[in-house]
Design a protein around this ligand. Structure first.
Ligand SMILES: C[S@@+](CC[C@H](N)C(=O)[O-])C[C@H]1O[C@@H](n2cnc3c(N)ncnc32)[C@H](O)[C@@H]1O
Length: 300
């Protein structure tokens, strides 16, 4: 069994739009001041878990008693479940895909990518909300790391259609994945409960006591193409109502979103604190030039 090395911080192998790695110290200020005096006997729920930068941070630094991670995208949840349950099998398939890929020149690699994307799309309906498929997880990781900017984009049929991302520095070794990282992550996430549902269908009666819910939804007024279901204005309003419901249950709730020119957040989140993270801006999507200003909305 691979031992978790406590002195190193394990990062997500995925590239994911909206990843919070660089923001965690800002978010942590809110956690630690307002919530973490509860101690470690609490449940942490992340409703839009994505690439994992935020919940991996919490898992490694704050050790909740129970952690539930949800995302509506079955590929991302299948990937995490495979890392958790059979990392060696996942690495075996990855190694075989990568050795094939590297045997080609750049034109051949592009063609290999496009063929694999075709196979991945042809098999996409094998994934349900609950099953585990190692080959799909390996193809997902490979495509995520070799497509243009790690962008997850699908067409109206739900097929992944991001183009090949030829690296700018062709002499550097393509760093597609790291086996030790996957094996150590597997140990780290052993007890995480992964769920693949709409965010409103995740928290049931079994979630009670001291609960911190973190939500990092697709940002308002920006890019909403994480899945074939989009996340528009109506969804942002529903999310505001849902966040109030969770607060009324006595949960500590935090949401990340982006500062807007109108009064939307002031109007819909009257019962919450809203904090602008000064100096924290990020691209709304990997290719965008416009940056958004981050805000945190949290229980007063
Ligand atoms: C901003 S990203 C989260 C990024 C994540 N915090 C990270 O560090 O990688 C938003 C995520 O919400 C997911 N999502 C979109 N609509 C959803 C819904 N209705 N319910 C649950 N997840 C949803 C997307 O698949 C995407 O992974």
């Amino acid at each position: 069994m691979q031992e978790v090395k406590k002195d190193i911080f394990l990062k997500s192998p995925l590239k994911w739009a909206g990843g919070k790695a660089k923001l965690m110290d800002k978010i942590e200020e809110v956690y630690s001041k307002d919530f973490f005096w509860y101690g470690e006997k609490y449940t942490y729920v992340e409703l839009f878990g994505g690439g994992g930068s935020s919940w991996l941070f919490v898992l490694q630094y704050y050790h909740p008693m129970r952690m539930i991670v949800n995302d509506i995208n079955p590929n991302v949840i299948n990937f995490w479940r495979c890392v958790q349950s059979d990392p060696n099998a996942l690495c075996e398939v990855m190694d075989s895909i990568i050795s094939n890929y590297l045997s080609f020149d750049w034109d051949g690699r592009k063609e290999f990518f496009l063929n694999l994307r075709k196979i991945f799309n042809a098999n996409k309906d094998y994934l349900t909300r609950t099953n585990i498929d190692i080959r799909m997880a390996a193809m997902f990781l490979f495509l995520n790391k070799t497509c243009f900017n790690g962008l997850w984009r699908t067409n109206s049929k739900g097929e992944f259609n991001t183009p090949f991302g030829k690296p700018t520095n062709l002499n550097r070794d393509p760093n597609i994945y790291n086996k030790d990282n996957i094996l150590m992550l597997s140990e780290l996430i052993k007890k995480v409960e992964f769920v693949c549902r709409d965010y409103k269908d995740v928290i049931g009666d079994d979630v009670a006591g001291d609960v911190l819910v973190y939500m990092d939804p697709p940002y308002r007024g920006t890019w909403t193409d994480y899945s074939k279901e989009s996340f528009g204005e109506q969804e942002q309003i529903e999310l505001a109502h849902y966040m109030k419901e969770l607060k009324d249950k006595g949960f500590f709730v935090i949401q990340s979103n982006s500062k807007c020119d109108d009064e939307f957040f002031e109007e819909y989140y009257k019962d919450f604190e809203i904090k602008t993270l000064d100096g924290v801006q990020r691209n709304i999507r990997p290719t965008a030039e416009r940056k958004v200003q981050e805000i945190l909305i949290y229980t007063k």
